[in-house]
Design a protein around this ligand. Structure first.
Ligand SMILES: [Zn+2]
Length: 367
C-alpha cells in the first residue's frame, strides 16, 4: 500500500540524521523543501555560538495583504541514539526499528507544517502571513532559541508544536528552572589509622540532602538531586563530592525560595562539619504563564474545536523553546504534536495524529 504524502515526508525526514548540534544535513533538506513551497529562508548565526553545523532557520511566506504574521516553531535536533533511524510502519503507527529513537520529537511537527502549506496551495486556501522557526539544539539546553535572531521575527504569536499528549492539548504554563551545581570539600585522612583527622564529603552530602525538601514541593514547584559523584577508596575519608541538582517552578518566588533552601542547607551542613560547599546556581530559563483568556489560547481552542476535538488546556513540568520565546516577548503556547514515548527506543507516532496536526495548522492560518 502506498503511504500518504505526509507519511512519506515524515519517513524521509526522520531518516536524515540530526542529533543535537549536527542538524546541518536536515536543515539543508528543509531549506530546499521550504524554498520549493515559496518560502524565503534565513539561517541565523546561532550555529557558530552553540557549536552546531547550522544555525536556526527562519522561513517566511507572505499571505493575504495586511494580515497578521502567525509563527510556528519546531526544533530540528533529536536526542541520541538518533543516527541511522529506520522507521517501521505498522497498523497506522510509525515506530523505529527498536535500536534508535524515532525522531517524531520534533519531526512530526515539522512534517505537519510543510504538508499544511502543500495542502493549502493545492486547494487554493488563502492564509495569513506565516513564519516557521526551526531551531537547533533544543534538547539539552534550548540553545538554539536562546541564540535566535529575534530581529527577523515579524509576528508576536507563536505556536510551538512540541509537546506530548493527545492532539488538542494546549500547554499554557511551564516552569522556570535553576541548575544547582555543588562541590563539597572535606578533608582526606586514612580511614583506618586516623579517621578523626578527616572530614567526609560523603557524610556532609548525605546529611545535607536528608535535611532537604525535595521532589514535589508544591503544586507549582519541584526539586531533584540528579547526580552524585565522588570518593576515592574505602580506606580514604572522602575529600570531595560533586552534586548536580535542579529546582523548577512556574512561580518565581517559590523557585527562588526552594533554590535558596537547597543552597543554604548545603553550606550550613558543610560548615557544621568543618568542610566547604561551593554552590553555583544558573537559571536555565524563565517560566511562562499564558492566561486562558488570552487571544492566542482562544485561537488554539477555536482551531481545535473546528476539527471536532475538545481542547485540553494543560501545564507542563518540562522546559521547551516556548519558555525562551515567551521570555523574548513572543506570546507562545506549546501544542501537542502527537509525540508518544519521546526520548525512548519505543517512541512512536500515529499516522492519524500527523494528519490531524496538519489540518490544525491549516485551521490556525487560513483566512
Ligand atoms: Zn521536542
Amino acid at each position: 500500500m502506498k503511504n500518504d504524502r505526509i507519511v512519506e515526508r515524515f519517513l524521509e525526514y526522520v531518516q536524515v540524521d540530526s542529533e543535537t548540534k549536527n542538524e546541518g544535513a536536515f536543515a539543508k533538506r528543509l531549506k530546499e523543501d521550504l524554498e520549493k513551497l515559496g518560502f524565503e529562508v534565513y539561517e541565523d548565526n546561532a550555529g557558530e555560538k552553540v557549536g552546531s553545523n547550522t544555525g536556526n532557520l527562519i522561513a517566511t511566506l507572505g499571505g493575504n495583504e495586511g494580515s497578521e504574521t502567525i509563527m510556528f516553531s519546531c526544533h530540528m535536533d533529536t536526542v541520541s541514539p538518533g543516527n541511522g533511524i529506520k522507521p517501521v510502519v505498522k497498523d497506522g503507527v510509525i515506530y523505529s526499528d527498536g535500536t534508535t529513537i524515532l525522531g517524531g520529537d520534533d519531526k512530526a511537527g515539522i512534517a505537519a507544517l510543510l504538508e499544511a502549506i502543500v495542502k493549502m496551495k493545492e486547494e487554493n486556501i488563502d492564509h495569513c502571513n506565516i513564519q516557521f522557526i526551526f531551531t537547533i539544539a533544543e534538547e539539552g539546553g534550548l540553545f538554539g532559541s536562546k541564540n535566535l535572531d529575534y530581529s527577523k521575527l515579524k509576528g508576536n504569536k507563536c505556536f510551538v508544536l512540541d509537546s506530548g499528549g493527545d492532539i488538542g492539548t494546549i500547554v499554557t504554563k511551564g516552569p522556570a528552572q535553576d541548575k544547582i551545581s555543588v562541590v563539597i570539600k572535606g578533608k582526606p585522612a586514612h580511614a583506618g589509622v586516623c579517621p578523626e583527622e578527616g572530614i567526609s564529603a560523603i557524610e556532609i552530602a548525605s546529611k545535607a540532602i536528608s535535611n532537604m525538601k525535595l521532589l514535589r514541593i508544591d503544586e507549582n514547584t519541584t526539586a531533584n538531586i540528579g547526580k552524585i559523584t565522588g570518593g576515592v577508596a574505602t580506606n580514604i575519608v572522602c575529600p570531595e563530592v560533586k552534586i548536580e541538582a535542579e529546582a523548577r517552578s512556574t512561580v518565581i518566588e517559590s523557585l527562588d525560595e526552594q533554590t535558596s533552601h537547597m543552597v543554604k542547607t548545603f553550606k550550613a551542613v558543610a560548615e557544621s562539619f568543618g568542610g566547604v560547599a561551593e554552590v553555583d546556581v544558573e537559571r536555565m530559563y524563565g517560566e511562562f504563564v499564558i492566561e486562558e483568556n488570552e487571544e492566542i489560547v482562544d485561537m488554539a481552542k477555536n482551531a481545535i474545536k473546528a476539527l471536532g476535538i475538545e481542547p485540553i488546556v494543560a501545564s507542563t513540568g518540562g522546559g521547551s523553546d516556548t519558555n525562551i520565546f515567551n521570555g523574548n516577548g513572543i506570546k507562545s503556547v506549546n501544542l501537542s504534536s502527537g509525540e508518544r514515548a519521546p526520548h525512548t527506543l519505543q517512541e512512536h507516532v500515529y499516522i492519524k495524529d500527523l494528519e490531524i496536526l496538519r489540518d490544525l495548522v491549516i485551521e490556525l492560518i487560513k483566512e
